[in-house]
Ligand binder design. Structure first.
Ligand SMILES: *[C@@H]1O[C@H](CO)[C@@H](O)[C@H](O)[C@H]1NC(C)=O
Ligand SMILES: *[C@@H]1O[C@H](CO)[C@@H](O)[C@H](O)[C@H]1NC(C)=O
Ligand SMILES: *[C@@H]1O[C@H](CO)[C@@H](O)[C@H](O)[C@H]1NC(C)=O
Length: 320
C-alpha cells in the first residue's frame, strides 16, 4: 500500500519533468523565412554592380548601399572563371578562396558579391536560441558578363578541392558555459552548424551567409500549450524513466526488507539467547541449596520470571 503511493507520486514527477523539458529542446530548431533575406540579396547585387565604374578583373570594389540600409557593407570582384578555378582568390575581405572553385551554370566571367550585414544581421537572419558573436557575412556569385544587370539569379558554386575559409577575426566574447559554432545559411534559409576552427575561422564549400553563433544562456521557453502525456515522444521517454524508477524502488524495497529481516533475526536471536541464559541460571539455582535460592528468586527474579511459562514449575518445586 505504502509502496503503491510512492510509485504514484514518482510517475507524476516524471510527467512534470517531461512537461517542462521537451518544449525547451524543441523550440531551438527553427528556420528563418528566407524571403526578406533574398530580396536583400537582389538589392545588394544591384548596388554592388554599381561599384564597377572602371571595372578591373580580380580587384575588389566596395559598393555603397542605399541610405535605408546604412550599416551594411558590400563589395564586388569580377573574375574569369578559368583563372578563378586555377588560382583561387588569396583574399576577398574575410574570405580565402582556394583553387578548384567551380560554378553552375558555367559563365565565362563571374562576379563575387561580398556582404557584411553588420547590425542588420539579426533582422534578416534571426536565429532563435542563439546569439551572434560576429556579423553575417555573405558570399554570392553572379553572371559577370553584363555589369548593368539586376535581378540576376545566383550561380551555384562549390569548392571542389580545399574548402573556402572565412576569418572572422575579433568576435564578441563567448558567453560562459556555451560553445561557439559556425552557422551557415544556404540560399533557402536552411541553417547548418559546424565547429569553429582556431582563430575564429569557419570553412565552407558553398555559397551563402556565414557567422559565428553561441547558444543563448537562457533559451526561450514557450509555454506548453497542451498536456504532454499524450504526445508519443514524451510518453516513450517517461515510460523508460518510470521503468527505471520502478526497478529503483524494487531494489530499495528488497534491500530494506532484507535489512529488516536481518534485524528481526538478530533481535530474536538476542532474545532467545537471553532467555536460554536465564533458564540455565534458574536451573543452576534449583540445583544449589534452597534457602539462598529462595530469597534470590523471590526478590529479584520473580517479576521477570512471571512472564515465562516455566516459573510456576519452579515455584511448585520449591513448595514441595
Ligand atoms: C544600423 O546602424 C545604422 C547606423 O550606423 C543605423 O542607421 C541603422 O538604423 C541600424 N540598423 C539597425 C537594424 O539597427
Ligand atoms: C550571362 O550573361 C550574358 C549576358 O547577359 C548572357 O549572354 C549569358 O547567357 C549569361 N550566362 C548564363 C549562364 O546565364
Ligand atoms: C544541413 O542540415 C540539414 C538538416 O540538419 C541536413 O539534412 C543537411 O545534410 C545539412 N547539409 C550539409 C551540407 O551539411
Amino acid at each position: 500500500m505504502h509502496m503503491r503511493l510512492q510509485f504514484g507520486s514518482q510517475t507524476k514527477l516524471v510527467v512534470v519533468i517531461c512537461f517542462f523539458w521537451w518544449p525547451i529542446v524543441e523550440s531551438q530548431v527553427s528556420n528563418p523565412l528566407p524571403k526578406p533575406a533574398r530580396a536583400l540579396d537582389a538589392t545588394l547585387q544591384d548596388y554592388a554592380y554599381r561599384a564597377f565604374v572602371h571595372p578591373r578583373t580580380g580587384v575588389p570594389f566596395d559598393g555603397v548601399v542605399p541610405s535605408y540600409l546604412t550599416g551594411i557593407e558590400i563589395s564586388a570582384m569580377r573574375l574569369r572563371s578559368g583563372s578563378l578555378y586555377r588560382r583561387g582568390v588569396e583574399s576577398f575581405k574575410e574570405f580565402v578562396i582556394p583553387v578548384g572553385l567551380r560554378e553552375q551554370p558555367y559563365v565565362e566571367r563571374l562576379v563575387l558579391v561580398y556582404q557584411n550585414l553588420g547590425n542588420w544581421s539579426t533582422t534578416y537572419y534571426s536565429l532563435p536560441g542563439y546569439i551572434y558573436l560576429a556579423p553575417i557575412l555573405g558570399l554570392l556569385a553572379y553572371n559577370g558578363s553584363d555589369l548593368s544587370a539586376s535581378n540576376l539569379p545566383e550561380l551555384d558554386f562549390w569548392a571542389s578541392e580545399e574548402a573556402i575559409t572565412i576569418n572572422f577575426g575579433r568576435v564578441s566574447p563567448i558567453p560562459v558555459g556555451t560553445v561557439a559554432k559556425c552557422a551557415w545559411f544556404d540560399l533557402h534559409g536552411q541553417v547548418n552548424f559546424s565547429s569553429l576552427l582556431t582563430g575564429n575561422v569557419c570553412s565552407t564549400t558553398e555559397q551563402g551567409h556565414f557567422s559565428i553563433v553561441a547558444e543563448s544562456a537562457v533559451p526561450p521557453v514557450s509555454v506548453p500549450p497542451a498536456p504532454p502525456e499524450h504526445t508519443p515522444r514524451g510518453h516513450t521517454h517517461s515510460r523508460k524513466y518510470i521503468e527505471e524508477r520502478i526497478w529503483g524502488i524494487i531494489g530499495a524495497a528488497t534491500g530494506g526488507t532484507a535489512l529488516l529481516v536481518l534485524l528481526a533475526l538478530l533481535i530474536l536471536w538476542a532474545w532467545r539467547y537471553k532467555k536460554r541464559k536465564r533458564l540455565r541460571e534458574l536451573e543452576r539455582a534449583a540445583d544449589v541449596g534452597e534457602a539462598l535460592r529462595m530469597t534470590r528468586i523471590g526478590s529479584m527474579r520473580a517479576p521477570f520470571a512471571l512472564a515465562t511459562r516455566t516459573m510456576p514449575n519452579f515455584e511448585s518445586d520449591f513448595d514441595a
